[in-house]
Design a protein around this ligand. Sequence first.
Ligand SMILES: C[S@@+](CC[C@H](N)C(=O)[O-])C[C@H]1O[C@@H](n2cnc3c(N)ncnc32)[C@H](O)[C@@H]1O
Length: 269
Amino acid sequence: MSISPITTKEFECFQHLIYDHAGISLSAEKKVMVASRLAKRLDHHGLSRYGDYFQIVLSQEYPDEFQMMVDILTTNETYFFREPQHFEFFHDEILRHWRDDDNFRVWSAASSSGEEAYSLAMVMAESLGMRSWEVFGSDVSVRVLNSARAGVYSMDRLQNMDNRYLEKYCLKGVRAQQGFFRVDAKIRSHVEFEQVNLKAPLPPHLGKFNVIFLRNVLIYFDQETKQHVVESLLRTLKSGGYFFVSHSESLHLVTDKLQMVKPSIYRKP
Ligand SMILES: C[S@@+](CC[C@H](N)C(=O)[O-])C[C@H]1O[C@@H](n2cnc3c(N)ncnc32)[C@H](O)[C@@H]1O
């Protein structure tokens, strides 16, 4: 069945829905992108109009469709050791000076498919070894969390990963798995993934973290949502803890509760 072009009104329905749910602001220029990403779901349901698909997303009859729409409309690009200076700082300035015996906890708060969380875990395994530590990864998309839990990646995802980590903490696939690698169980056992929508009230069981990575997600939020999300995450950051955003993001005018250590790296007094 051929699909009619998305109308402005239909686009606005999805725009409001994803904003209300996840805080993601889609500008009018994203209309074509939204239409092309959702087209496969219209195909799947044999629909020709985006408005009819919108009704399905809201309908009780298709309880999984709402989440599928969220999965499709989020942008999940990520890779191992993205922005390597952050991992150097994490190792040299934070972990190397860590003397306490407490469980060291890090949150990858928009983890996508897990590359950031596993990169952190590999650095922690090197520095903290047998001491107690864990990484918590979360995202609003269920699809990426499923890949994150599996921990299987194509070899072309490696770009920035040091060979040392690959040899020590990853298992290269053979035969049918050729071209893929799996993060080793000794790393995976320290990493847990759970769905958390940063716009919604945070689950009470999260506890407190020593370090939070909130990278490459604030760019999708408007000022009000940025402030709300950062305030909410800061309640889970220990005093003296570190907060990372991407180099292309800033917390200027977002919060005054953090001190900048260097651009994109902050500390809670
Ligand atoms: C571009 S990825 C960033 C991944 C990783 N942090 C990095 O820097 O490579 C952005 C992620 O933010 C997630 N996201 C968007 N809105 C969210 C929300 N309200 N709550 C939780 N995650 C959200 C998306 O699903 C996506 O996986």
